[in-house]
Design a binder for this molecule. Structure first.
Ligand code: WT7
Length: 622
């Protein structure tokens, strides 16, 4: 087993990086402004978030900024009418942004597409009309099982434009998981692609959809829309399946945006939870739009010349908030890359940065740890001088990888912003800005309007330097609006574990300067390469194998992925442990849950340790 120095380093890190004078001179938001914003937000939180909302366009303004009458079911901007897509597209069509690049897309084989705001606006309108002609309207659910394609962005925005609720299922997940989601979500339409390119291979996506739809898991489902991408042969069911290109060909380039209530749902996105059941996190048009817009502008201090690249997948919240909605709300250019970071070799990301002149690169610690293994040789082959800001999210950023990124990619000149947030949060919560004093491994301090703290299980603040539970003390506009089909979790779990505070599920500590250091999850959720995966999901997949009697999964530290899964299993009577079986079980998990779900090792046991009540004692296996 590999033992990284992550935690140790995090506990002893003392290096400090001050912003370069040039960064402060050029800052739109200097340290003084940031402090003033923090003070204003602390003394008048609703005033602060009202001001943030005033920067956007509304069909009708709110009666109340924050409605707490049904707390902890908070409501933001009640009475307001808006549509996030109006702010992401229509607003820009009226300004110089009209002909500015909205989206730069690169396929893994090297093909490219670029869309100005006007192009994207028209593409979204055409697909909005196509969806409407398929009978999709306000409140309907649409599942997107899509890789990184321009049509993915267009589909998200088209759903939102017509008031339908989009729900992305990560394209690295299997047919089984997709089927479960489709069963839960009951979509009217599923949008997918024939296939896509990944590490030099074609992943056949439509086939997975066909498998997921065997015996009709959703009565609601009427159509499947297929984007033609990878030229693979697919079976099209003429009563149900349509090619995307055929649907949009004759559609008009105008489509009215649906007038939404600020508290109407925008999307539904599943995340792994403690109970083992995935939670459908719902975000609304109004609060989410304000939260993402404000934090995107503040954290990355956008300039009109920026080219922004968030290398996350649109199937995760990072892709929703900071690849699609944030950049488009801000009117900047967002970059999207279809494929693998190591294809055809380990310089692909650096190549993309230099090719398009990316100025802000928002990535994950795993991606950096994967690439730093290859040394500075690859980044050194490219001109990375366009970069001015680097950022990361998803898992604890070990100082060694932070420093590597700062030195080799940022040439010592770009601040590295380690941003903490989560699907439930919708927006960045604890993060430096380009003018902050940085400590490698720390997410620094909460953004204005965010009251974060580290407390014990009774809600008492713990002293500086001591570990505890990360909580948020007051509501924020990007916060989830509900949990699909299980909304009581808001009262019982999120605001109920520690009464009156939002429980994030992370362990953290604050140092003497008030800097936050996130240590990892506090619950039975693994964080593998920045993907939240419930141990219960892995365990149930394992016990689904005919040879397995019982299974327990724990997370163990890993140098590259941060954490990996290790399984302990007992076998059914008459089955003997073997390397072949171990391999078969690992493959079984990937077939069941998807190729991203990697179990590093499997240990066969005669018996699993149990408590007197018969529950498996996970802690004794760690
Ligand atoms: C969990 C949320 C928000 C987008 C990515 C994942 C971990 C997130 C950091 C960070 C240490 C982090 C937490 C959090 N996490 N950012 N900067 N440092 N850990 O979204 O799938 O909802 O996962 O990711 O454990 O709770 P998600």
């Amino acid at each position: 087993m590999e033992h990284p120095d992550t935690l140790d380093n995090l506990l002893h890190e003392e290096r400090v990086f001050r912003p370069l004078p040039q960064m402060i001179i050029e800052a739109g938001i200097n340290p003084h402004d940031l402090n003033a914003a923090k003070e204003f937000a602390a003394s008048n939180p609703e005033g602060y978030w009202e001001e943030a909302a005033d920067e956007l366009g509304w069909f009708k303004k709110w009666d109340k900024v924050l409605d707490e009458t049904d707390a902890p079911f908070y409501r933001w901007y009640t009475g307001a009418r808006c549509n996030i897509v109006y702010n992401a597209l229509d607003r820009h069509i009226e300004t110089v942004n009209k002909n500015r690049l909205a989206l730069i897309w690169e396929g893994e084989p090297g093909d490219q597409k670029q869309f100005t705001y006007y192009d994207l606006y028209r593409a979204v309108n055409r697909f909005s009309n196509a969806l409407r002609s398929l009978g999709v309207g306000k409140g309907d659910h649409v599942v997107l099982y899509m890789p990184q394609l321009p049509e993915t962005v267009v589909s998200m925005l088209a759903c939102a434009r017509i008031g339908a609720v989009h729900s992305l299922v990560f394209s690295g997940f299997s047919a089984r998981l997709l089927r479960e989601r489709i069963k839960e979500i009951q979509p009217k339409v599923v949008i997918t692609a024939d296939g896509f390119y990944r590490n030099g291979q074609v992943v056949r996506l439509k086939e997975e959809v066909d498998r997921a739809l065997i015996d009709n898991p959703a009565d609601s489902l009427e159509s499947v829309v297929v984007v033609h991408r990878a030229n693979v042969e697919v079976v099209m069911d003429s009563s149900r399946d349509y090619w995307y290109a055929d649907l949009v060909r004759h559609e008009k380039t105008q489509a009215a945006a649906e007038i939404m209530d600020a508290n109407d749902p925008l999307f539904l996105l599943y995340t792994s939870g403690t109970t083992g059941k995935s939670k459908g996190i719902v975000h609304n048009h109004g609060g989410y739009m304000v939260g993402v817009h404000r934090t995107f502008n503040m954290v990355f201090d956008l300039k009109p010349t920026d080219i922004f690249w968030c290398s996350a997948d649109p199937g995760w919240i990072t892709g929703h908030s900071y690849m699609v909605y944030g950049p488009l709300l801000a009117g900047t250019t967002t970059v999207m890359y279809e494929g693998h970071a190591l294809y055809p070799q380990a310089d692909r990301l650096w190549h993309i940065i230099s090719k398009y002149g990316v100025t802000i690169f928002y990535t994950s610690p795993t991606q950096i740890r994967t690439l730093m293994r290859f040394g500075p040789k690859y980044p050194n082959q490219h001109d990375l001088s366009s970069l001015r800001i680097l950022g990361a999210v998803g898992e604890p950023f070990n100082p060694e990888a932070w420093i590597w990124l700062h030195k080799n990619i940022g040439r010592g000149q770009c601040p590295v912003l380690d941003t903490w947030w989560q699907t439930e949060a919708g927006m960045i919560m604890i993060s430096p800005t380009p003018v902050s004093v940085l400590k490698p491994g720390s997410v620094t301090k909460p953004l204005p309007g965010i009251e974060a703290d580290v407390v014990d299980s009774c809600g008492e603040p713990v002293p500086a330097g001591k570990g505890g539970l990360l909580v948020i003390r007051r509501p924020w506009p990007g916060m989830m609006s509900s949990v699909y089909k299980d909304n009581e979790l808001i009262r019982k779990h999120y605001w109920g574990r520690i009464p009156g505070m939002f429980y994030a599920g992370d362990v953290a500590r604050k140092d003497e300067d008030g800097y936050f250091w996130i240590q990892g999850r506090a619950d039975d959720v693994l964080n593998i390469s920045g993907h939240r995966i419930g141990t219960a999901e892995l365990e149930s997949a394992l016990t689904g194998h005919p040879d397995v009697a019982e299974a327990v999964v724990i997370g163990v530290p890993d140098k590259i992925k941060g954490q990996v899964a290790k399984a302990f299993v007992t076998l059914n009577h008459g089955v003997s442990p073997s390397d072949d079986l171990s391999r078969a079980l690992k493959e079984h998990i990937q077939r069941e849950l998807g190729p991203v779900v990697i179990v590093k090792s499997i240990e066969f046991k005669d018996e699993l340790p149990k408590t007197s009540s018969g529950k498996i004692e996970r802690s004794s296996l760690c």
